[in-house]
Design a protein around this ligand. Structure first.
Ligand code: XMP
Ligand code: MG
Length: 186
């Protein structure tokens, strides 16, 4: 188990511990830094709420000036199944026309959320859109063309929580990623 023990009884297994997250984010930061010019005008868009810890840690590993912005989209209620309905709860504030956009996601599952967000943001004419996700569940993809440009970890089809990810708004402050015991949501 990782640093925090608060929800120890709810977690079946720790699949990515704090050290592994830290190490992988360092690597992602280097990859992202290398993929832009030094004077690139970059907006990092955090998809709330799951990606906030990832965004905070990743941004400090990117050795380029970046602007922060936030968007809240909702595709899940207190359930673990994708509804297929994506709603913009809070739009971003920055004008992204002619600028490089990095979308920061916690997890790509079916790909529905990301497809919707990308389609909408593309109409605002950014110079480029890249996606960085901490986790990827490729086996669950419905939107076959949706993929991340930078991906932290591929994980199997299990419901995970921690390091920003929740179940019914709980478990976000765990320092590791763990599989939730099934009896808690089934
Ligand atoms: P889609 O299916 O649209 O889903 O790619 C993306 C969003 O679904 C949530 N999600 C999860 N949240 N543990 C979570 O805490 C999971 O295992 C999980 N799988 C999907 C998440 O909000 C993500 O942005
Ligand atoms: Mg999310």
């Amino acid at each position: 188990m990782g640093e925090n023990t608060i929800f120890a009884d709810d977690i079946k297994e720790v699949i990515i511990d704090e050290k592994a997250i830290e190490k992988r984010i360092e690597e992602l930061g280097k990859e992202i830094t290398a993929s832009y010019d030094d004077d690139a005008d970059i907006v990092m868009l955090c998809i709330l709420r799951g990606a906030i810890l990832f965004m905070a840690d990743l941004a400090r590993e990117i050795d380029l000036p970046v602007v922060f912005d936030f968007m809240d989209v909702s595709s899940y209620g207190a359930s673990t199944e994708s509804s297929g309905v994506v709603r913009i709860v809070k739009d971003m504030e920055e004008n992204i026309e002619g600028r490089h956009l990095i979308i920061v996601e916690d997890i790509i599952d079916t790909g529905r959320t990301l497809k919707h967000v990308i389609d909408m943001l593309q109409t605002r004419d950014p110079k480029s859109i890249k996606v960085v996700t901490l986790l990827d569940k490729p086996d669950r993809r419905v939107q076959k063309k949706i993929d991340a440009d930078f991906n932290g970890f591929e994980i199997p089809d299990e419901f995970v929580v921690g390091y920003g990810l929740d179940f019914a708004e709980k478990y976000r402050n765990l320092s590791f990623i763990g599989v939730l015991k099934e009896k808690l949501y089934k």
